[in-house]
Design a protein around this ligand. Structure first.
Ligand SMILES: [Zn+2]
Length: 121
């Protein structure tokens, strides 16, 4: 039975579990997939690092109250964060690595920024 190699588009014959025409096509396919996955991870990491740098820039002293607009103007993406932390009195914080902000409910136009001093589980 002839099949089409998903990498080069050539017809080939072989056992059913043979998915590519050759070892090089199999390797190329795998390498491209790995590169795509790395590229996606790099994009997410860059967003998180950018978010972290925006928070650090607006919070040089470890605590700051800033208008939300100032984060948005700098391209801060609220959907991306590394972890959440809820204090004993129920305040939710979101972090991008070592810098975080309080998530208010309902959302106000001011954001309270903090810096994490040490790792908290
Ligand atoms: Zn091929």
């Amino acid at each position: 039975m002839n099949r089409i190699c998903p990498e080069c588009g050539e017809e080939y014959k072989g056992r059913l579990d043979k998915k590519f025409c050759s070892a090089s096509c199999r390797a190329n396919h795998h390498n491209r997939k790995t590169a795509e996955e790395r590229s996606y991870q790099r994009k997410i990491n860059n967003i998180l690092k950018h978010n972290r740098n925006v928070l650090a820039e607006l919070n040089p002293d470890g605590k700051a109250n800033v208008r939300k607009d100032r984060l948005i103007d700098r391209g801060f993406k609220f959907r991306y964060f590394t972890n959440e932390y809820t204090t004993r009195n129920g305040k939710l914080y979101r972090f991008c690595y070592d810098y975080g902000y309080q998530v208010e409910n309902p959302e106000g136009e001011w954001v309270f920024l903090i810096k994490r001093q040490e790792y908290v589980e």
